[in-house]
Structure formats: structure tokens, C-alpha cells
Design a protein around this ligand. Sequence first.
Ligand code: SAH
Ligand code: SF4
Ligand code: F3S
Length: 485
Amino acid sequence: MAKKLFIKTYGCQMNVYDSARMADVLAPLGYGPTDDPAKADMVILNTCHIREKAAEKVFSELGRLKIDRDQRQAEGNDMIIAVAGCVAQAEGAEILRRAPQVDIVLGPQTYHRLPEMVARATRASAARRAAKAAGVSRKQLPPRPGVLDTDFPVESKFDHLPEATVPQGVTAFLAIQEGCDKFCTFCVVPYTRGAEFSRPVVQIAAEARRLVDQGAREITLLGQNVNAYHGAAPRGDAEWGLGDLIRYLAETVDGLARIRYTTSHPRDMEDDLIAAHAEVPQLMPFLHLPVQSGSDRILEAMNRQHKVERFREIVAKLRAARPDLALSSDFIVGFPGESEADFLATMALVEEIGFAQSFSFKYSMRPGTPAAALENQVPEAVKDERLQRLQALLNRQLADFNRQMVGTILPVLFEKRGRYAGQLVGKSPYLQPVHAMAPDAMIGRIAMVRIDGLSHFSLAGTVTDETAAAVSVPAAGVFSREARA
Ligand code: SAH
Ligand code: SF4
Ligand code: F3S
């Protein structure tokens, strides 16, 4: 009988990718997906540790799962419960101590070993069921062993993962780099994901071809520090940066219409990568480039290793290379020691640059990070108030950006059916959802769509040309800063 697997994913795109790969690892063991945890033979919580309350959310979810499992056991079934991801890495032992219902705790770098872990948990489950059937009382049942694997193994999980079996669809994620050596003083990622590591170009290209064979037309290259990529080149012992990798994928992977990458650090935004934005039409003119703050003093305290001026220079170069480029970013308000003047510098930078979309957060103290030990923490009420002001500005920029699309013609990659009969939903080059009437046969294809109107966060339009080139053509200058001012 086929076994059912339920995975709940928290956090960043890398976790989304990891969840897909865990499903791949478990498919040969007979596990297929379900979207109902109560029906699952195995549940994986793929967790995120980036901000507070993440761990608490995991524990309350585990409480709910225990109820589902008790119910399943009463019906003669069982459920393996696994906690994966960054909370598992940071607090693995604590999870097993506080939540004895958990069978498996595994970190982000060990999921290729899931089959062994599942085998151990399954043996333990079988032993318990046999004992129960033999009349052993609940208290005397053999314990669940609690498998813990939060190693940073020397071998790369990527060398041990099976080929992807669960198709990701028209748009797909591909991890090319993992981990982080930057140690921003607020951030847990270097501790939960480990040191920077880049996959070889050949391995990435093979995975990209498989994804395209399974129907992907757009691939987002992922890494915690994706533009620090430095992987082994296809021939010889050279290393390639991200710019060369993108050129290579664009040239050699037939049918790959769109390439994106995330998340970048301004420090690693080198000229060669910026040049790729001018050269490679498949590379979408939309870049997520977190700056965190507009104050040099705060950037320094955050250990971001660059000044505000450097960010301005990069943006200018990017816009020169690709005039239709739009930017998104991440911001933290209320970092320890942030004064009103520092915060106003962030607001001024946002006004100056103009972002199409952004994510903004209140600084959250993370155990074990240097910033958590700083004394001049900003009061919660001040953080709240600054976040509101920043978000009002960012939301206005988002609305302006979307509004200036009306009347333009954009290449749209259709992904799936919309809510209404005959309607499809796709994405613009700027990741805006676009609704238009189009036949199902257009799914997975790019059409030119005239944008007629806006609704909330999406655009509505009319297909003007179904045979648009697979590659989007820059509409020179239309979306540049000048046009928006
Ligand atoms: N590698 C990326 C970001 C990874 S985390 C980079 O270097 O930019 C995603 C975002 O979460 C960060 O950009 C930051 O804005 C936010 N973040 C990380 N740690 C945080 C913390 N302790 N408190 C608040 N926000 C945080
Ligand atoms: Fe975290 Fe900084 Fe690394 Fe990004 S660059 S993952 S914010 S330590
Ligand atoms: Fe969260 Fe880990 Fe990603 S902490 S943001 S899931 S790298």
C-alpha cells in the first residue's frame, strides 16, 4: 500500500526546494504526497529559525500532530513525525527533550540520509505495535528512539540525492549554493546552514535540464548567498562565478526561457554578474538585493561589510546594464542602537532608489548571535512605529510600480488556470501575477499581454500575441527610475 507523506514548509525558498528534495528522497520508499496531515504515515515540519517565535510555532504544531497521531494509532495506524530545517539544526536536542512524540530530527545538510532514519523509526514503530498487540501496557512499550542527525557532513548531500521525481511545474527552484560565511551580527543562517558551498556547474546544468524536461520554463537559482557562487567549471579546474553559470545555462539548456537568482548580497555583486544582466535576455530584469539599512553606522554594526554608497553604485550599474530592471529588498528596523536619524537614512534611501517590492522586519533577537548581546536594544514600541512608517512608504512604491504597468505590454509566462473559466494566471518579468483569458495550451508558454487593470497585488490583461518569443525583450527605459519620478 502506498504510504502518505505530508510536508509543511516554513521560511525561505531554500526550504521549499529542500522539501521538494526530501519528497524525492522518500519517493523510492513508497511515500507519495498528501495534503492532509491526519492521513499521513509520515509528517515532516521543515522549519525556519530566522526570527523569534519560530520555535514556538513548531512546538504548537507538534502538539496538534500528537493528537492526529493518537487518533491514527487508535485506528491501528501510525505516523512518523520528523522535524527538519533550521530550528531542527539549532535546537535539535531540545526538540527531542520537549517533544518526545518526535521520531526524527534532521538538519538541512543531512536529508540524503533520511532513508536510514526512516528505517530506524519504522522498526521502532513496528516493535511498539507488536508489543501493544501482545498486550504490553502503554507505559512499558519500547521507547521511540528519537533519531537525531544535525551533522554538517563532509560529503555533499547533492552527490547523494536521487534525481528529482516530483515535478515542480512551470517555475522551479534549483539550489546552486548553500550556507553563509558572512556572519551578519543579527543572523542565524551561518549557524543553521553552515559554511558556504557551491555545487559544480555540470551537476547544476544536469538538474536544470531535468527540470525543463519535466515542464519548467523558469528556474530560480537559489542560495543563501547566491552571488557568492564559485563552483567547479565544466572542464578543468577553474571556478566559475554566477555570471558565467547564468551564461552557460542560458546557452546550453534548451527550452529554459527565464532565469532568476536569489538571495544576493551587495558585497558579491561583481561587475561580471552585472554584465550578465546586459547580455543574457533570459535573465529577468528583477533583482532581490537586500540592503537592510540606509545608515552606514548601522550597516557597520550589522557587519554587512559595505557602505550605503556602494549599494547606490551597484544599483546605478545594474540600471545602466538593464534599463528596465526593477529591485526588491529586505530591511530591518530597530537594530540595536538604531537612532531616529539612522532610521530616517533608511527612509531616504528607499525614496531615492525606489523599490518595486520589499520585505521589512522588526529586528528580532536571535540567541547566540552577536547583536543579541548588545545592550542598546530598541524598545518594541519604537520598532513597531518605525516598521509602520517604512511599510507605508514601501507599499506606496509597490502600488506605484504596479500602476505604471497599466497600458504597457508585458511578456507573461502562464503557469496555471485562474479562478474563472478560460482564465490563466502567469507571471510578468517582475513576478507580478497576471490574469488573462487564454487557452490551457498556453500553460508553460510566454505570451505578450497588454495590461488593462490592477486588482490588489495582481495585474489583469489581454493577450496581444500568443507567439511571443520565449525570451522577454527589454522595453528600454520604461520602468527605470526616471520614468517613475
Ligand atoms: N542571505 C540574505 C538574507 C537571509 S534572511 C541576505 O544576506 O540578505 C532574510 C531576511 O531576513 C534578511 O535579509 C533580513 O532582512 C531578515 N532577518 C534576518 N535575521 C533577522 C533578525 N534577527 N531580525 C529581523 N530580521 C532578520
Ligand atoms: Fe544572514 Fe548575512 Fe549570511 Fe544573509 S549574508 S544569510 S543576512 S549572515
Ligand atoms: Fe529560515 Fe533557514 Fe531559510 S532560518 S530563512 S529556513 S535558511
